[in-house]
Write a protein that binds this ligand. Structure first.
Ligand SMILES: Cc1ncc(COP(=O)(O)O)c(C=O)c1O
Length: 386
């Protein structure tokens, strides 16, 4: 067999074959799980590729190279969770540094930016990244990062990545994009000018609601060196078996994303007609205020929908009483999940901040799975009515 050149592969093939394609040692079709903590030093006095699995592990290495290829990055780092990846990034900062961060972000990222890192003297300013001019106005001489989710969790706000990347470059700051909601299948922030991509790999990349993982992707040498040091020192690298599970999940990433999207379009359109529903937030609807930006910078709409109910007294019923859809706190997996941001993903955000963003007691978030779309809609209709 000739050597695989992953750089020549299109997304569907890249997802299936990954970086190495297969195991070159025993010629196994499935890349092996190197379930080891340490390695024999066969070259005394010289640097070796694998010495200790916190620093590097062949299964994780294959995963990191595969995700880097999918995102168009030179370097990839796999972590034990998305928050571990974010921690390694923010650990680059020093007392007195400043970050401009999106005002609508995952609750755990909120905690890192309002509780953990401010204790070490790092300052954060929250801004709505739908407005690049507001982002620029918030930049200070000590700003190091612009940090944004797009679309945001859970309000589905969209940032024009190229516009904000230009601002970042003009001010000499780094743009970090959390690409969890779109996955590299539908959005490639580095190609749009971002410097770093973050993923909760727990979500679409792993894809089966069975593994935690996080990723940091970059082509920036300084960031690569700093993150290599931080991860080795903080110790939150992904283990070999989880790395293999994520590698297996990635093989169907492109297929899954297309099905998530197809189902989400049908569900979002159904929700807009459902009498119990007030507002629907989905980037694929013509009514979404930034649909033109999504059409410009993405190749799909993803599978995430948020919506509000007209009547708050329906909330318990609208979360708990389905036969297939599960009331659970995650997203991006094959099963359709419904989430209550108020008490789950965004519970740690203070009430006044939450309400100013739109995270009210009537807001529900739906991660549309890859089941038959009629089954999803019928299950919703059985609880919400037509
Ligand atoms: C957009 C986004 N980023 C980051 C995270 C954190 O990832 P993890 O739960 O894998 O730590 C989450 C978790 O829900 C998320 O939704």
């Amino acid at each position: 067999m000739k050597k695989l050149n992953p750089a020549e592969l299109k997304m569907d093939s890249l997802a299936v074959h990954g970086n190495a394609g297969h195991d070159s040692h025993a010629h196994a079709v499935s890349f092996p799980i190197y379930q080891t903590s340490t390695y024999i030093n066969t070259n005394f006095g010289h640097e070796i590729d694998f010495s200790y699995s916190r620093c590097a592990n062949p299964t994780r290495d294959e995963l990191e190279k595969t995700v880097a290829l999918l995102e168009g990055a030179k370097y990839g780092f796999a972590f034990a969770s998305g928050l571990a990846a974010e921690t390694a990034l923010f650990s680059m900062l020093c007392t007195g540094d400043h970050v401009v961060i999106g005002d609508d972000i995952y609750g755990g990222t909120y905690r890192l930016s309002r509780n953990t890192f401010p204790r070490y003297g790092v300052e954060f300013t929250a801004v709505d990244f739908s407005y690049p001019e507001k982002v620029e106005a918030a930049i200070k001489p000590n700003t190091k990062f612009l940090y944004v989710e797009t679309p945001t969790n859970p309000m589905m706000k969209v940032c024009d990545i190229s516009a904000v990347a230009q601002i970042a470059k003009a001010h000499g700051v780094k743009l970090v994009v959390d690409n969890t909601f779109m996955s590299p299948v539908f959005q490639k922030p580095l190609a749009l000018g971002a410097d770093v991509v973050i993923h909760s790999g727990t979500k679409y990349i792993a894809g089966h609601n069975d593994t935690m993982a996080g990723f940091l992707l970059t082509s920036d040498e300084q960031i690569k060196d700093a993150v290599t040091f931080n991860r080795n020192t903080e110790g939150a690298a992904l283990g070999p078996f989880d790395s293999w599970l994520v590698l297996r999940g990635i093989k169907t990433l492109t297929l899954r994303m297309k099905k998530h999207e197809e189902n989400a379009i049908a569900v979002a359109n159904w929700l807009t007609k459902c009498k119990a529903v007030d507002e629907v937030f989905f980037v694929g609807l013509d009514s979404h205020p930034a649909k033109n930006i999504v059409d410009k910078q993405c190749t799909g709409y993803g599978g995430m929908i948020s919506f509000t109910l007209k009547d708050v007294s329906m909330v318990r019923h609208a979360l708990c009483d389905y036969s297939m859809i599960m009331f659970a706190e995650s997203l991006g997996g094959v099963q359709t999940l419904i989430t209550y941001p108020l008490t789950q993903t965004h519970a740690s955000i203070p009430k006044e901040v939450r309400e100013s963003i739109g995270i009210t007691d009537r807001l529900l978030r739906l991660s549309v799975g890859i089941e038959d779309k009629d089954d999803i809609i019928n299950d919703l209709a059985s609880v919400l009515g037509e």
